[in-house]
Design a protein around this ligand. Structure first.
Ligand code: FE2
Ligand code: FE2
Length: 400
């Protein structure tokens, strides 16, 4: 197996890292790329470096939806300082028979022999770098010759420079930027940074001014739909208080959950193609999803609030995305939005009244009831069930 090893502080990991790994993997034919966050970087001082666990979690979140890329915690598990040579030696033990490709920037490539046990290091992996125009290829060639003389191998590939850098991202975050696309990080990573107050962000920035979202829902929804959305928001807040979730975030998810219900199906479908991974594949690849337009508005609204409104909170995004279908392993937040949608105050049919009473006592019992209700309704109207709904029904012991 050919394994790429990409080390770094990943503070934070950004889209440039992912593209870099992708370019190396493509050009070198790598089967796998391991992202190895350093514990204490031996070559550079990094001010305000978040704890290793934070950086590992961000890497994990950024790598979701990128098969073949994986977090490697080796350097977090060893006592500091973490040396690349030790990591490579350990990887040889863990994956015998594999060949390793150490992926570096050109500055690191040129100094690698000065690193701790550098001469040993270059024999443990092919040292790879990119030629990006700013370094004279001659410099890289000279270094390659030095490494070859010590019995090591190198590979210099050609690739365009990536404009994004962790330093720039930290600076922009401290300056108040909360736009994942502009920062060059995945929405999940931005949400993690924000929720954990990293790099000068403040989790108490939440909630956004409610009025803004309420006005938006009023503008986008038909009058009865808007009444429903406000009732769902109220119900979601009530359930959040009762079951211990964030009242403010549940309220916002309630306000926004049907914000794409009143736009044409075609528009809903094109919106949901803009969902971020891994949510997009998980939803669109559901075998029957494309045949049931009635459920498109949930994921479409998730894409809309993320892309157009800049709401990156994962609870809100997934709560809205799965509010109609449900899915196996729903979070407490997702369950609350799912149940709030079916028990909002304007629903007056007997099932809703019974369900509302049940939701006040036992959230899971209310979900089971709702699923039974959904099953009957779908059978009556001969509407197919998506994989997500089938799986959540199985989880709650309902026979399909
Ligand atoms: Fe809905
Ligand atoms: Fe709804």
């Amino acid at each position: 197996m050919k394994i790429g090893v990409l080390g770094g502080t990943f503070s934070p990991i950004h889209n440039g890292h992912i593209r870099l790994a992708g370019t190396f993997a493509g050009q070198l034919g790598l089967d796998w790329v391991l992202f190895v966050p350093t514990a204490v970087p031996p070559h550079k001082e990094v001010p305000d470096l978040p704890a290793g666990e934070h950086r590992c979690r961000m890497v994990e979140l950024a790598l979701q939806g990128h098969p073949g890329f994986e977090l490697c915690r080796l350097e977090q598990q060893r006592p500091a300082p973490s040396y690349t040579v030790d990591t490579l030696a350990q990887l040889h033990e863990l994956y015998p028979g594999s060949s390793f490709y150490f992926l570096t920037g050109s500055d690191m490539f040129c100094t690698v022999l000065d690193w701790h046990r550098g001469e040993e290091l270059v024999r443990l992996a092919t040292i790879c770098t990119m030629e990006r125009g700013e370094d004279t290829p001659a410099q890289l060639e000279q270094q390659a010759a030095r490494i070859a003389a010590l019995g090591g191998e190198t590979s210099i590939i050609h690739a365009p420079a990536f404009a994004v850098s962790s330093t720039g991202i930290r600076r922009q975050l401290a300056a108040g930027c909360r736009d994942a696309a502009r920062l060059g990080v995945s929405p999940a990573v931005l949400d993690y940074i924000w929720q954990n107050g990293l790099y000068g962000t403040d989790p108490e920035d939440y909630p956004w001014p409610f009025g803004q979202y309420i006005a938006l829902a009023r503008e986008r929804e038909k009058p009865e739909r808007f009444v429903h959305s406000m009732n769902v928001a109220e119900k979601a807040r009530e359930l959040a208080r009762q079951y211990g979730a964030s009242e403010q975030l549940c309220y916002i998810a309630g306000v926004l959950h049907d914000s794409c219900k009143n736009i044409p199906h075609q528009q809903q479908f094109s919106l949901l193609k803009r969902l971020h991974e891994p949510l997009k594949s998980a939803i669109i690849n559901d075998n029957l999803f494309s045949q049931v337009p009635a459920i498109w508005h949930g994921p479409a609204a998730a894409a809309y609030i993320e892309e157009e409104l800049g709401v990156y909170n994962r609870d809100i995004v997934t709560g809205v995305a799965y509010h109609t279908t449900g899915r196996a392993g729903m979070s407490l937040f997702e369950k609350i939005i799912y149940v709030a949608d079916l028990t909002s105050a304007e629903r007056e049919y007997p099932d809703a009244i019974r369900l509302r009473e049940l939701a006040g006592r036992d959230l899971d019992a209310a979900i089971r009831e709702s699923l039974l209700f959904t099953k009957q309704k779908m059978q009556k109207t001969a509407t197919p069930l998506t994989q997500d709904t089938i799986q959540v029904m199985e989880e709650y012991g309902i026979l399909i």
